[in-house]
Write a protein that binds this ligand. Structure first.
Ligand SMILES: [Cu+2]
Length: 160
């Protein structure tokens, strides 16, 4: 190999490495949670026809994959839809305040609301809804039901 071709080869290799390091790769998958962290499964439900959750507190380790199952236990069937909504600390009043403006199709919360960390779809009596999310940084995160007039339905997810 003469020097000209050798140099060209080296330059091509350097350009290729730089491109690989800098160019965004649209085919790359979204970041996945740390694989050796366990999945934590949580179950929570409304208490009969009362506007409260059966668990006022739940605990999960930070960064864990959480699978939460919410059951609407009302006896009133389709007349009472409910949900489970995890919000940023201190944002429960604001999310609740905006909730009545939303339609059933929006699950009583605004789409893309940055104050909402995770939520189940709203379900009628005797039905369940599951949501999977990654537990946020350590802290105390309020969860609420944003169905109309269910503002008293609250609890705290303690992330350790
Ligand atoms: Cu409710």
């Amino acid at each position: 190999m003469n020097n000209h071709y050798y140099l060209k080869g080296v330059l091509t290799a350097i350009v290729a490495v730089v491109l690989c390091a800098c160019a965004p790769n649209p085919a790359s998958p979204p970041p996945t949670p740390t694989p050796n962290l366990p999945v934590v499964t949580l179950s929570i439900e409304s208490v009969g026809d009362e506007t409260r959750f059966d668990k006022p507190e739940m605990m999960v380790p930070a960064g864990t994959r959480v699978v939460l199952d919410f059951r609407n236990s009302t006896s009133r069937g389709e007349r009472v839809m409910q949900n489970w909504v995890l919000v940023q600390p201190g944002q429960e009043e604001a999310v609740l305040k905006d909730a009545p403006n939303q339609t059933l199709a929006d699950d009583f919360i605004a789409r893309g609301d940055s104050r909402v960390i995770a939520f189940t779809t709203s379900v009628v009596g005797s039905q369940t809804s599951e949501v999977t999310f990654t537990a946020p940084a350590p802290g105390r995160y309020p969860y609420i039901c944003t169905a109309p007039r269910h503002g008293a339905m609250r609890g705290v997810l303690i992330v350790q």
